[in-house]
Ligand binder design. Structure first.
Ligand SMILES: Cc1ncc(COP(=O)(O)O)c(C=O)c1O
Length: 393
């Protein structure tokens, strides 16, 4: 009876895991002197840069703000081009536009949906300033090849690592692999604090890393050179606004939750990886559904468990929903959204692998608290679905 009740509940595709320790950490801040920029911002930044082996970490209010601040830090100017993959959340490309830059879409490789390094090379021209790689679903891109390309053409390498906190490439953690890496702490992400974000800096030159970090920290606070608490501690009132910034600050309330969550990241990641192995084992006998390839020399954060459907993806999506299972689709090629279609030159909207993948991809439920019998429930549901020809979509 208990089992049946559980099975009839709608299974989400992603969900936060919050325990009593997390709750207590927030309550403690509510009783403290600082609600926004207090001691926990720098504590979180230090813990995060240690965990990711990066030169520095700068906390901001969400992942989109992290991307926007990164584009500002590398001084993207009107007309500068930044190469982004066609399959990503629209925030990746939007961040380039906030700064007046032009996102140039590169295709993805069909087996893993990560940015296609050869297509990136094809799209570099004299206006290109940066490559923004997206660790789609939680799998790191080919950073060795991307680094080589960035160095050859004197470009910044930026990682949209909003999916991949906890993953590694050639035994180095995400956050240390690109010049700047951007993270999101939205509830479905590897760790959460409601809304939150982080930028790590790890340029080969530590002086440049310091200067980028200073730009990021000032940008998140209106372009002002100091914050309220440091002025209060120093007993002085003067400040200088040195550049045009925004209020992108993360509060101490959120930092407390993020710190508590960060201490559990390794166990969250291990559980996501175990769920993914279970899915792979159970889906191996189902010809109609193919999980994306997990490449060698990388560990995968499994923010998403993405499969490609040989028959109609929308039919599978609807059938799962009828069985109280929420799937999702990540993502429609960004340039197909009307905002982009209305503005871009049609010649720049040509990523055939991304367009083909979009017809087939489906994200299955995955989150740390998901139980093995829920994984089995999804696999069983998939095995019961009678394929419908994809052309009837
Ligand atoms: C790849 C990617 N980039 C950026 C973002 C933006 O993060 P946030 O929602 O924290 O602004 C997301 C969040 O969904 C994302 O998935």
């Amino acid at each position: 009876m208990k089992r049946r009740q559980k099975e009839s509940k709608l299974l989400p595709y992603g969900k936060q895991t919050i325990d009593e320790e997390d709750i207590q950490s927030v309550v403690d801040v509510l009783r403290s002197d600082w609600l926004t920029t207090g001691p926990l911002v720098s504590q979180l930044e230090t813990a995060f840069s240690t965990h990711t082996e990066a030169h520095s970490a700068t906390a901001v209010c969400n992942g989109t703000a992290a991307l926007q601040a990164a584009m500002h830090a590398i001084d993207i100017q009107p007309g500068d081009e930044v190469i982004v993959p066609a399959i990503t959340f629209c925030a990746t490309a939007n961040a380039v536009i906030y700064n007046g830059g032009v996102p140039v879409f590169a295709d993805i490789t069909p087996d893993d949906l990560l940015i296609d390094v050869d297509d990136v090379a094809n799209k570099i021209n004299r206006n290109t300033r940066a490559i923004m790689a997206v660790d789609y679903a939680g799998q790191p891109c080919d950073y060795k090849a991307l680094r080589q390309l960035a160095d050859d053409f004197n470009l910044f390498l930026v990682a949209d690592a909003c999916h991949s906190l906890g993953a590694t490439y050639q035994q180095r953690p995400v956050g240390s692999l690109a010049d700047l890496s951007c993270f999101s702490f939205h509830p479905v992400k590897p760790i959460t604090c409601g809304e939150g974000g982080m930028i790590t800096v790890n340029t080969p030159n530590s002086q440049q890393a310091e200067s980028l970090t200073r730009r990021l920290r000032s940008f998140r606070n209106h372009g002002i050179d100091s914050d309220h608490r440091s002025r209060q501690t120093a007993g002085q009132h003067e400040y200088d606004m040195q550049q045009l910034g925004f209020n992108l600050r993360l509060t101490d309330i959120q930092c407390a939750l993020a710190l508590s969550q960060l201490s559990k990241l390794d166990s969250f990641t291990a559980r996501r990886q175990a769920i993914a192995s279970e899915y792979r084992r159970q889906l191996a006998s189902l010809e109609d559904f193919e999980p994306l390839v997990h490449q060698e020399e990388r560990t995968h954060a499994y923010h998403l468990m993405v499969i490609r459907c040989q028959s109609s993806r929308d039919h599978v999506f609807n059938e799962l929903r009828q069985r109280q299972i929420t799937a999702n689709v990540h993502y429609r090629p960004v340039y197909q959204h009307s905002f982009y279609r209305d503005r871009l030159d049609p010649g720049s909207m040509d990523c055939p692998q991304a367009e083909a993948a979009y017809q087939e991809i489906l994200s299955l439920p995955i989150f740390p608290a998901m139980e093995n019998d829920q994984v089995a429930r999804v696999s069983q549901a998939l095995s019961e679905i009678t394929p419908v020809n994809a052309v009837t979509n």
